[in-house]
Write a protein that binds this ligand. Sequence first.
Ligand code: GDR
Length: 343
Amino acid sequence: MARVLIIGVTGQDGAFLARALVGRGDEVYGAMRRGSTSKTGRLKELGIRDKVNFCSLEVTEFANVQAVLDEIRPDLIFNLSAQSFVGDSFKFPHYTSGVNYIGVLNILEALRVLKMDARLYQASTSEMYGDVLEKPQSEKTPFNPLSPYAVSKLAAHSLVVNYRHAYGMFATSGILFNHESELRGYEFVTRKITSWLARIKLQDAEAVPLGNLSSVRDWGYAPEYTDMMVRMLDHDKPDDFVISTNTEHTVREFLFMAAQEMGFDLVSEGEGVDEKCFDRKTGKLIAYVDPRYFRASDVVYLRGDNSKAQEQLGWKPEVLAPEIARRMAIYDLKKAAAGNPGL
Ligand code: GDR
């Protein structure tokens, strides 16, 4: 049994990870930001809220990070805390950089100062590939970030590599490609689509406004990805691993798949900012492009080469984008039917 600290326990990944660790008998500490106590809905949904020991932690405050690590003395630390919405990082670059980079610096420094030999997992991201220099992207592909979010994550990623080499720390980065689930936040495109379509279907909501429909992503299923986080820290040495499905779909394809599950039969008309998606059966407008959702610079193609994780960690993704769209659509229809779109 390990003592585990999950920093950022209230998010999608934090909740699934906590469930996996509780399930294997670990003692799980869940750190969250001040004032986040009301955000434990996902842990409740998974039936493990009372199995997690909560603590308050502000990663941007070094003294606080040091004190919490010293008190808990975990064997394993998963750092999932982040300002994780790429779109918002253009509006809040300082805040994003503070949490996503200084936060990691504080954790690494606290481990060093306290001379703790805890294993650290850092949540790196496919967004670091940005304007991609290779297809598909692997651990060897050079990074080329396109947002303050990606820059902050790349800085943190580089720091983890540096502390691993300089101080021999067991610090591992998972370069996770997009991973979705029924517990995904509503600001991300998959959940925005499934939750909104459910409201169109059952509550006669207006059509959903979307940004770049041609953007390509490699979407995997979050619970499988959090299982891989555990496997990465159970591995015999610290390293960097791409976790992806090595499949690709456009946002438009995801929209069509989710819509089909809800009984819509979409057809797209027009191009670029004029694109509109109608239901063939009723002629009703279901989705349209709204330039307000375009990003100042967008990552338009991501697809991960996961061979290293397959070979070294036994990674085999089972749930792929069509099934993810199906599961999220079914879940959100149930939520909308119950009149409760929230978590
Ligand atoms: P991403 O996820 O930025 O890849 O980061 P998101 O779902 O926000 O965007 C994916 C793509 O969809 C396009 N898009 C829209 N996106 C949103 N959010 N809303 C829209 O209306 C919309 N229309 C089109 C985007 O432009 C983009 O190209 C996620 C986050 O979880 C990160 O924290 C994580 O690091 C990466 O995945 C891996």
